[in-house]
Design a protein around this ligand. Structure first.
Ligand code: FES
Length: 197
């Protein structure tokens, strides 16, 4: 299992992250790259993965793996959250009616806590891994870009909640896996929250 942290608005963030698996392995990543290997048994079972986000800087994104798929945890800034409304008129499925997420994440922020976006880092078109394009007006995407994710394979664009833009080949928003907060700084990916929709 591997983890990485992407930076969006800051360049000097040092996010030390601790990732804990079902077998209790703990690893601190400094700054971004480390590996963690769950037991073969835990892997086979697709066990939920505990992720320590207590040191994840605002504006930074943590990448982990669960059931062989990349899971991204983006700690959004207040400015990023405001951009969700800016993007909304241009989205294909703004209310995630035709997309996959737990009921408790079927909202504009597509999350249990607006600050934290937890989703699979997989384009819903043909499965490429989209790029982080968090900067507003990033000219590598477009001058009116509100911030989000861009899939270089065939050009699908997603907002900062992983909602797909109109006209993209991707048929739906990026998938939000089941997850819950064990504490304010610890997320369990792979287990549903008891939170109401
Ligand atoms: S795989 Fe992402 S646009 Fe085709």
């Amino acid at each position: 299992m591997s983890e990485q942290v992407d930076y969006s608005r800051r360049r000097l963030l040092t996010a030390a992250t601790a990732l804990t698996g079902a077998v209790g392995a703990v690893l601190v990543a400094t700054p971004f790259l480390a590996s963690w290997k769950p037991s073969a048994r835990a892997k086979a079972m697709g066990a939920p993965v505990e992720i320590d986000v207590s040191k994840l800087e605002v504006g930074a994104m943590l990448k982990v793996e669960w059931r062989g798929k990349p899971v991204w945890i983006l700690r959004r800034t207040p400015a990023m959250l405001k951009q969700l409304a800016v993007a909304e008129p241009f989205l294909a499925d703004p209310h995630s009616d035709g997309s996959i997420q737990p009921a408790y994440a079927k909202n504009d922020a597509r999350s249990l806590k607006p600050e934290y976006l937890v989703m699979l880092g997989v384009c819903t078109h043909l499965g490429c891994s989209p790029l982080s394009k968090f900067e507003v007006a990033d000219v590598t995407v477009s001058a009116d870009w509100p911030g989000g994710f861009y899939c270089p394979c065939h050009g699908s664009k997603y907002d900062l909640s992983g909602r797909v833009f109109k006209g993209a080949p991707a048929p739906s928003n990026m998938t939000v896996p089941p997850y819950t907060f064990l504490t304010d700084g610890k997320i369990l990916v792979g287990a549903d929250s008891a939170a109401a929709a």
